[in-house]
Write a protein that binds this ligand. Sequence first.
Ligand code: SAM
Length: 216
Amino acid sequence: MPYKTPGKTNEYIRELIALSPNGEKFMELTAYADEHRVPILLPETVVFLKQILRLYKPKKILEIGTAIGYSGLVMLDETDAKLITIEIDEESAQKAKGEFEKWGYSNRAKIFVGDACEIIPLMQGEYDFIFVDGPKTRYIEFLPYLKKMLVNGGILFCDNVLFNGMVAGEQEVGKKKNSIVEKLDLFLKTLFADGDFSSSILPVGDGVSLSIKKKL
Ligand SMILES: C[S@@+](CC[C@H](N)C(=O)[O-])C[C@H]1O[C@@H](n2cnc3c(N)ncnc32)[C@H](O)[C@@H]1O
């Protein structure tokens, strides 16, 4: 996801988030992200994610796409869960590691540095919350593995699924983005057609899909 300069509404929501307890840790990291042009969760997505976490209270979270640890920090801060998070970029992963240490979350957070396309098929274990914010063309590939690792009743939360309005055809798709849009479209159609999931899609931020694995 390319970096996008935050708009006035984004800034305003960030200011509101900063007012919440522990808000300062997020301010520091969002400022770093802006300075270094790192794409991180949009503030409206953060607020929504936090509410879902408060309601659902997961115990074991898997994340694809750590970046500098911002979303990881949000999830660790909002829950008592253990977090496994995967990041391909070593420098970003190092920064995330430092952030988790700095805020006292190292005992609950583990970063796998590498390509999620290689790591995910090798993973085992059960997770009750899976947050996908990695390579957009690969969501469809990850889906069967994530479904297997998600416990019954667990939540699959995926970001950027509407990709700046392009997936729904609201925005014109440039040649370079075509493959991303096609793959996200296929991902969403596969997800919604899967009877083992109860899925919803929300135009929050860049588009969020929220699926609950049905209790079979
Ligand atoms: C949108 S950013 C994640 C932002 C982060 N979740 C946050 O809100 O703080 C996407 C991240 O996915 C990582 N990524 C891209 N392809 C990947 C892959 N194949 N395996 C693991 N990580 C990947 C990128 O390096 C980038 O840091």
